[in-house]
Write a protein that binds this ligand. Structure first.
Ligand SMILES: Cc1cc2nc3c(=O)[nH]c(=O)nc-3n(C[C@H](O)[C@H](O)[C@H](O)COP(=O)(O)OP(=O)(O)OC[C@H]3O[C@@H](n4cnc5c(N)ncnc54)[C@H](O)[C@@H]3O)c2cc1C
Length: 393
């Protein structure tokens, strides 16, 4: 399914396609790029996009964005995800960058934005804590003013890729006596500061993607406060809105559906009843993908005419993640006994493994995809948002 494009936008789409085909690094073509690549490898594509001026589609031109229309942003997102490229680090480019250029002061913009664009600084997100996830307003990490510094103490958790991070953006409590939302501030903390430590959490698929981050008497200069003290909740919500856009993941689902069809063909004889059973379920999911894609195209066309998308981001997050989880479940069923195998090591692009790659990675993908309905605001929370915004409950 394609958006009806003007000749100029169609030419832009062709340019993006050709650029990806010619420039996407071979060493990034590994089975599970999110978990298999080193920090340096995962920055290769970031740096190529930076040189081209395409690293931050969302950003206004004055801060280094490419100045694309909504349609072009959508085309770029669709082409890169269909081609299976690893997106630039969302915590830097999609999350903290827009907060800094929207609410930061000039010194913060000059210090941080260029380094986010170039990939020199790697950011992680310090929102969640043990006991504060969906109910984020209850964060307990404390920041107490001491002259020109805040002294920060607390425990952040589920912090994705903190093991590589140079900086962490944190929600901290600066006024314990105020109502929960009113006492929170948004603070940028250098991960090299004394008192910051990172402990890995190994997830169900065996990968090291998330961490605990401990903050013990960390001295943070007051100049690292974004906006006003105790107004952090406003900036935090702005950031979450950006986090949930483009979660429909049509490109990714389409790629994995194609792969699933090949697996069923290769692994299950056509006269086996399981073949027919799986083919029917694949057909059902394919229809779901098409329906979601049609909805996404409709919303993009409305946004291009200046119409507010309403709670569409929540809808895309729910359906997009359910569909992708469904595909990984069917894939897991289709590979039969291979579903028991978990790799001991990540695979690099040049490493030889006997048999097709799905034999070694489909179980991990299935297990890893459980996270999708939890992070970025759980799917239950997204349903609450839709219930309030659409049904008025
Ligand atoms: C892989 C992964 C990576 C993550 N990365 C980061 C990161 O980089 N930085 C960061 O800050 N956080 C990160 N998170 C944390 C994530 O944002 C939280 O896990 C999420 O917000 C849910 O919070 P919780 O885990 O505390 O669960 P809880 O909030 O305790 O929820 C438990 C269950 O109850 C349900 N529930 C809770 N409240 C309601 C309600 N009001 N109505 C209906 N159901 C409800 C939830 O949907 C869930 O099923 C990550 C999580 C995962 C799994």
């Amino acid at each position: 399914m394609e958006l009806a494009l003007s000749p100029e936008d169609a030419a832009f789409r062709d340019e993006v396609r050709a650029f990806i085909a010619e420039n996407y690094p071979k060493e990034m073509r590994v089975p599970n790029p999110e978990t298999d690549l080193t920090k340096e490898q995962s920055l290769l594509w970031h740096r190529i996009l930076y040189k081209k001026g395409w690293i931050a589609p969302l950003w206004p031109k004055e801060y280094g964005g490419p100045g694309w229309s909504i349609t072009r942003r959508f085309i770029f997102e669709q082409e890169t995800s269909r081609a299976g490229t690893l997106p630039p680090l969302a915590f830097s480019v999609t999350m903290v960058g827009p907060v800094i250029y929207s609410f930061g002061n000039d010194a913060q913009k000059q210090k941080f934005l260029p380094r986010i664009l170039s990939g020199e600084d790697w950011w992680c997100q310090g929102y969640s804590e043990p006991g504060s996830g969906s109910d984020l307003a209850t964060v307990r990490t404390k920041a107490v003013r001491d002259g020109d510094h805040y002294i920060v103490n607390g425990h952040k958790t589920w912090t994705t890729l903190a093991q590589h991070a140079d900086w962490i953006f944190c929600l901290v409590r600066t006024d314990p006596s105020a109502k929960p939302q009113a006492g929170i501030s948004f603070l940028l903390i250098d991960m090299k500061s004394p008192g910051v430590s990172v402990r890995p959490i190994i997830t169900i698929d065996g990968s090291h993607e998330v961490n605990d981050v401990f903050l013990e008497d960390v001295r943070v200069p007051v100049e690292n406060l974004i906006g006003e003290e105790n107004k952090g909740w406003t900036y935090a919500k702005f950031l979450l809105g950006n986090e949930r856009t483009s979660m429909a993941g049509i490109g990714r689902s389409t790629r994995y559906l194609d792969r699933l069809k090949k697996i069923v063909k290769a692994e299950i004889p056509a006269d086996d009843p399981a073949h027919l059973e799986l083919s029917k379920e694949i057909g059902r999911i394919e229809l779901d993908v098409l329906a979601l894609e049609a909805t996404e195209l409709r919303v993009i066309a409305q946004m291009a005419r200046g119409i507010d998308p309403g709670p569409a981001a929540s809808l895309f997050k729910i359906r997009g993640t359910e569909i992708f989880q469904g595909i990984t479940e069917l894939t897991h069923r289709a590979i039969g006994n291979y579903g028991l195998a978990l790799r001991e090591q990540p695979l690099s692009a040049n490493q030889f493994m006997p048999g097709p790659d799905y034999i070694h990675t489909a179980s991990e993908k299935y297990l890893n995809a459980r996270k999708l309905s939890i992070y970025g605001g759980s799917n239950e929370i997204q349903r609450n948002i839709i219930a309030k915004a659409v049904l008025g409950l």
